[in-house]
Design a protein around this ligand. Structure first.
Ligand SMILES: *Cc1c(COP(=O)(O)O)cnc(C)c1O
Length: 366
């Protein structure tokens, strides 16, 4: 059959190991998943309470415009309804952006390592991927600018960046944006924006009026803890949004997901609380790393990438897996001896650090 050639070179996304499988394999009672940057504090109790009331009308297609949710978002961010597009997670918006703006003969510029879905969908569209190595985990913006040419369709800025955790400073972002040709779409993927611990951050939403070639992506999957519902959104210029809507599938957000997201937006207390807890536990973990000379990238997210470990990331992953902790090996990212750890709750992280310390000590002694 005549499937796209490129598909022979790509693999399907490998989600973190299913918890039940790990539990059985190692005969464990309990599994802690620190692999996908989910919220260890769950999701808003208000959403949980409201969910059963969304049970009706499942035989009816959802609102394909997502009007009620878009109205809520429009008010919150002071933008027009025509500046918003919804996706089944921001993953789907990334796919739609590639479908909209990339094709054979065009290229796309991104950092490496960064979010794996950018190159994945770009390659499927037949575009050339220009991945620019990060410096200490930071986007190398001057090098990224240099990589842009008249065939560039999209440049991706993941800030804070997954998997390194660093953010792009305000002036750096602004300088970059000013120099990008107006024909190139700049995507600011802000999946972790809620976790920022600094004011030195470029307000992409405020810049939309000056930069019609800018689009901001956000998600309900991380701080909001609604990864299972699959809701993400993009905020950009109406013309960009219009084009994305042409490729968007007609009913890409379920009725339940749309309604739940609206309730979630009203419970900012939950978000504040989750972030405060995350940051506190994160700093305890970083203090542990400092005390044990474990290197890490500065993180403005709910995960930390530790590197230069005395063993491969795969070895750390395997060991922690056998103890019931699922993390991500960074080996595939090209960062030597690294793992990415989602910050769990205090108790789980305390247990995790003890096990990690024991493992690294045993490795050094052998
Ligand atoms: C998690 C993540 C997303 C996608 O999340 P969805 O669940 O698809 O909304 C997008 N970008 C980055 C950088 C992420 O880490």
């Amino acid at each position: 059959m005549r499937a796209k050639q490129i598909l022979n070179e790509l693999t399907a996304y490998k989600p973190g190991k299913p918890m039940e499988e790990v539990r059985k394999e190692f005969g464990l009672d309990r599994i802690v998943k620190l692999a996908s940057n989910e919220n260890p504090y769950g999701f808003s109790a208000k959403v949980k309470e409201a969910l059963p009331t969304f049970a009706d009308e499942q035989e009816i297609y959802p609102d394909g415009y997502g009007t009620a949710l878009k109205e809520k978002l429009a008010k919150r961010f002071n933008v027009g309804l025509d500046q918003l597009v919804l996706g089944a997670g921001s993953d789907e918006i990334i796919m739609m952006l590639c479908r909209t703006f990339l094709a054979p003969g065009l290229n796309t510029v991104m950092a490496h390592p960064s979010f794996s879905q950018y190159p994945h969908h770009a390659l499927i569209e037949g575009a050339e991927v220009r991945a620019i190595e990060t410096k200490n985990g930071f986007h190398d913006l001057p090098a990224m600018l240099e990589a842009i040419d008249e065939k560039t369709g999209i440049v991706w800025l993941c800030t804070p960046n997954n998997p390194t955790g660093n953010h792009i400073a305000k002036a750096d972002f602004e300088n970059f944006l000013r120099q990008v040709p107006k024909e190139v779409l700049v995507v600011a993927d802000e999946a972790y924006v809620d976790f920022l611990e600094t004011d030195d951050y470029f307000d992409t939403l405020a810049a939309l009026s000056d930069y019609p070639n800018l689009i901001t992506l956000r998600t309900f999957s991380k701080a909001y803890g609604l990864a299972a519902l699959r809701v993400g959104y993009g905020i950009g210029h109406p013309e960009v949004i219009h084009k994305i809507n042409v490729v968007r599938s007609p009913f890409n957000n379920t009725t339940i997901a749309q309604k739940a997201a609206i309730v979630a937006l009203d419970d900012q207390e939950f978000i504040k609380d989750s972030i405060a807890k995350n940051n506190q536990v994160k700093h305890s973990f970083l203090a542990f790393c400092d005390a044990h000379q474990i290197k890490y990238y500065e993180s403005h997210t709910n995960f930390v990438l530790i590197y230069d470990l005395p063993v491969s990331g795969d070895a750390v992953f395997q060991h922690m897996l056998s103890k019931g902790f699922i993390i991500r090996s960074g080996d595939a990212l090209g960062i030597p001896n690294s793992v990415r750890i989602t910050i769990g709750n205090e108790q789980d992280m305390t247990e995790f650090t003890v096990l990690l310390d024991q493992f690294l000590t045993s490795v050094k002694e052998s």
